[in-house]
Design a protein around this ligand. Structure first.
Ligand code: PGA
Length: 255
């Protein structure tokens, strides 16, 4: 079964609204005729409204980079699913390793967020991945099994395939050290099999992305892998031309 690839640019804490506007005006013409690939920009909260307005009717979806699991409450500095939905945001990145490592986000909260996002009509991208120590210790599969099973724990079986799962080895994020095609394929296929174990048949439908130092030079090889259905791109997504080149590689590698 063929899965439409998703290429999502995770801007992290980059771009003011003015910078985001300049970027999107450069991106839109470059991806206007790219059929057969879903494209998303995951922007800071402050740029969401402007990006939703500027991308209306285009091929580019707008995602948030995080959200709180509660609908509202005394949670200073947080943003909820209904707040994102009100802006017409399409989806949300959940459990990114920077959230887990730098902001102490727990597996339990991530699992709750995945369910809440789906219920609100947001498309979640659940991030999983091992540290370098875990890989060297032969613990990669144990870590992935734990994060995938826990992250999807509350998701009703029939909705499992609506969660995109981004395999992002932590040692490859922002380091320029990309996983080898063999490592990326092996992990993506393992993640897919974990979904299949939760609900037979859905493994063929779920999107598994690769993330970690994807750039226009290595994208074609990664995106052609059998079990890699797209990419979550950090640094190389900040430049419209390089992000468009990665999206083009995804289109060419699909099928
Ligand atoms: P990177 O980031 O492409 O800069 O390595 C990927 C990510 O954090 O999602």
């Amino acid at each position: 079964m063929s899965r439409t690839p998703l290429v999502a640019g995770n801007w992290k804490m980059y771009k003011t609204v003015a910078e985001a506007e300049r970027y999107i005006q450069a991106l839109l013409p470059r991806v206007a005729s790219l059929e057969g690939v879903e494209i998303a920009v995951c922007t800071p909260f402050t740029a969401l409204q402007a990006m939703v307005d500027s991308t209306r009717g285009t091929r580019v979806g707008v995602y948030a980079q995080n959200m709180h699991e509660a609908a509202e409450g005394a949670f200073t500095g947080e943003v909820s699913a209904p707040m994102l939905v009100e802006l017409d945001v399409a989806g949300v990145v959940l459990g990114h390793s920077e959230r887990r490592q730098l902001f102490g986000e727990a597996d339990r909260a991530v699992a709750q967020k995945v369910l809440v996002a789906l219920q609100a009509g947001l498309r979640p991208i659940l991030c999983v991945g091992e540290t370098e120590e875990e890989r060297l210790a032969g613990d990669t599969e144990r870590k992935l099994r734990h994060q995938v099973q826990e992250g999807l724990e509350h998701v009703p079986q029939e909705r499992l395939s609506e969660v995109a799962i981004a395999y992002e080895p932590i040692w490859a994020i922002g380091t320029g050290r990309v996983a080898t095609p063999e490592q990326a394929q092996e992990a993506a296929s393992f993640v897919r099999a974990l979904v299949g174990a939760l609900h037979k048949g859905l493994d063929e439908q779920v999107k598994v992305l690769y993330g970690g130092s994807v750039n226009p030079g290595n994208a074609a090889e990664l995106l052609a892998l059998a079990d890699v259905d797209g990419a979550l791109v950090g640094g190389a997504s900040l430049d419209a031309e390089s992000f468009a080149a990665i999206a083009t590689a995804a289109r060419d590698g699909a099928g």
